[in-house]
Structure formats: structure tokens, C-alpha cells
Write a protein that binds this ligand. Structure first.
Ligand code: ADP
Length: 314
């Protein structure tokens, strides 16, 4: 990166504790399956992206909420160990830290139930204040993912725009409330199913079922934003109202676990933009990093360092 020391990112989104059980098969309704393996680690799209940005070399502040419980302390401890500043995280009494219950079968297929807990209690005023402090800090990018209170996600988007901080929104999930502010951020980063959802709901009279590039172009023109669509093994499309640039995914010998691929992509793009890189270069770095990450089990295990990204993206 040209200016890695100066790259400062505020990430706003969810933090969870993931409880993962490996079993011979996934349970059906009302059924219990017993598997030998169980482990617990930090997750949540916001926290995962914060880790990816930090490993990519940025100074990262993470803003979200946990319960005043052991899961919250452990989730924040993992982020602090990555060098992430967690002082913007609210600790809320009488609510659990968010948790994901994940069952994985031998083919890698999974079943996930998420209890949003404290993530659903993030207050709009809290994120507004965090964005104001990030502006004073000199943040070069605000990354927002939307697994938090809808009003807080919307407030974060508006606050970043008010302070003139470049803003990337990962619309995962596509919240109803987001449709009022979709043209406010600089960059939207849906995956292909989120793109289809955004397209259908923003342009209800447009033709159904065109290719991703066409959907993203129509959306970018209608909203006057840049749309960066991740397409799994097919890489990424960078689409602004004037054209489409295709960025390939990295070559992966053996795909082991795609959990967190999008989070890795978003975190590295945000770190790269905050470091002064242009969007296509930032996207190349994000795609290279995300492809490195899918060769390892777990969302965060395979997230690469700045050096590994440099090597893979060159
Ligand atoms: P999400 O996790 O949000 O659904 P994607 O599945 O589109 O996001 O993946 C994000 C990025 O991760 C892709 O653009 C690509 O760079 C990388 N990636 C994901 N799956 C693969 C794969 N099977 N092979 C190589 N790279 C992958």
C-alpha cells in the first residue's frame, strides 16, 4: 500500500460469538444430531471485516455493541488482540452478545441460526457520535455492514456523508430501511443475491433476470453510486454509471470454507481506500485477500496480512 501508516478505518456492524458443531449431517426439524467437534470463535460481519482491515495494515476502530457478559468480553478480547480499537463498542446490560449457532457437515454445507442480541440494540446516536469522533481522528473510510439496528445503519450512512468521509456499505442483509439512503454512500458492495434483491426492489419495472453487469449498471445509474458486486469464484465487478471493470478472483487450489469471504473483501477494500488507493486497485487487493481466505476453515483464520495480499495481488 502506498500510505499504509495513514490508513484509518471505522467499521460499523455486528459482532457475534460463533459456536460451531461438526456433525455427520445437518439436523432436520425437531431432530438432534451429535457430532464430536465443537468450537467457539469470534464472528459477525462487522467484526470480521474489522479483522481483515487490521491484518491488511490499517488502523481500525470497530463500533458495535455486545452484552455485558463473558461472550462479549471474549469477542472484544479477540478484536483487541488484532490491534483493533474497541472503545467505540457499547456494552449493554440485560441482553446477550450476538451469537451464531452453526452446524457443519462433512461436505462443508452448513446450517446457521443467529441471535442478534446486542447487535439489535445499537443506537443511532451511538454510531453518529462514533462517526464524528472518527472524522476528528482522520478516518479515510467508514465501512458499514447492516446486521445491526436498521435505524443505526441508516444513521451511520448519513453521518459518514455529513462528515465527508468516503463510505462503503455492505448491504448484508438488504434492510427495508436502507432504500431511503441507497444513493448516499459512495460505494455499495452487494454479493450476487443481494444485488438481485436491490435491483428488483429499486427498479421494479426494469426487465427481470439480466446478467449481474446489467443489473449493477442500471442500479449504479439510477442511484448515481458505484456498485461493487462480488461473485464468489467469478471475482468482482466494479460498476459505476460510466462502465464496468471486471476483477478476477484469486486462484484457489482447494476451497475449504467460504465463510467470511465477503467480510474479508470488504475489510481489505476499506483499508486500501483509506490508504489512498483507487477503487479498482483496492478491489484487486480485496479479491486477492478474499480468495486467500477461502483456503482455510473459519472466517478469520485465513485472512491474510498486508504482505501476503501484496504478493497475491501483484
Ligand atoms: P459473500 O461471502 O459476501 O457471499 P462472495 O461469495 O461473492 O461474497 O465472495 C467474496 C470474494 O471472495 C469473491 O469476490 C472472491 O474474491 C472470493 N471468493 C469467494 N469464493 C471463492 C472461490 N470459490 N474461489 C476463489 N475465490 C473466492
Amino acid at each position: 500500500m502506498t500510505d499504509a501508516d495513514a490508513a484509518k478505518v471505522l467499521v460499523i456492524g455486528a459482532v457475534n460469538v460463533d459456536l460451531v458443531v461438526t456433525a455427520d449431517r445437518l439436523p432436520g426439524p425437531g431432530e438432534t444430531v451429535v457430532g464430536p467437534g465443537v468450537n467457539s470463535h469470534g464472528g459477525g460481519k462487522g467484526a470480521n471485516a474489522a479483522v481483515a482491515a487490521a491484518r491488511a495494515g490499517a488502523a481500525v476502530r470497530y463500533c458495535g455493541a455486545v452484552g455485558d457478559d463473558e461472550m462479549g468480553a471474549s469477542a472484544l478480547g479477540e478484536l483487541a488482540d488484532e490491534g483493533i480499537d474497541v472503545t467505540e463498542v457499547a456494552r449493554i446490560g440485560n441482553v446477550s452478545t450476538g451469537a451464531a449457532l452453526i452446524v457443519v457437515d462433512p461436505s462443508g454445507e452448513n446450517q446457521i441460526a443467529v441471535g442478534s442480541g446486542a447487535n439489535g440494540r445499537v443506537e443511532p446516536e451511538h454510531v453518529r457520535e462514533a462517526v464524528t469522533r472518527a472524522a476528528d481522528w482522520g478516518a479515510g473510510c467508514v465501512l458499514i455492514s447492516t446486521e445491526i439496528t436498521p435505524d443505526a445503519a441508516v444513521a451511520a450512512v448519513r453521518a459518514a456523508a455529513e462528515h465527508g468521509i468516503p463510505c462503503v456499505v455492505n448491504p448484508a442483509p438488504v434492510l427495508d430501511e436502507l432504500f431511503g439512503v441507497l444513493s448516499v454512500p459512495d460505494i455499495l458492495t452487494p454479493n450476487s443475491s443481494e444485488l438481485r434483491d436491490l435491483y428488483a426492489r429499486t427498479l421494479p419495472d426494469a426487465p427481470r433476470g439480466p446478467a449481474e453487469a446489467e443489473m449493477a449498471t442500471a442500479l449504479a445509474r439510477h442511484l448515481d453510486v458505484t456498485v461493487v458486486v462480488t461473485l464468489g469464484a467469478d471475482g468482482v465487478l466494479v460498476v459505476d454509471p460510466t462502465g464496468v471493470t471486471s476483477v478476477p478472483a484469486g486462484e484457489v487450489e482447494s476451497v475449504v470454507d467460504t465463510t467470511g469471504a465477503g467480510d474479508t473483501f470488504n475489510g481489505v477494500v476499506a483499508a486500501s481506500l483509506a490508504g489512498g488507493l483507487d477503487l479498482v486497485t483496492a478491489t484487486r487487493r480485496g479479491a486477492a485477500a478474499a480468495s486467500l481466505s477461502v483456503a482455510h476453515v473459519g472466517a478469520r483464520t485465513g485472512m491474510p496480512t498486508a504482505e501476503a495480499i501484496e504478493h497475491a495481488a501483484s
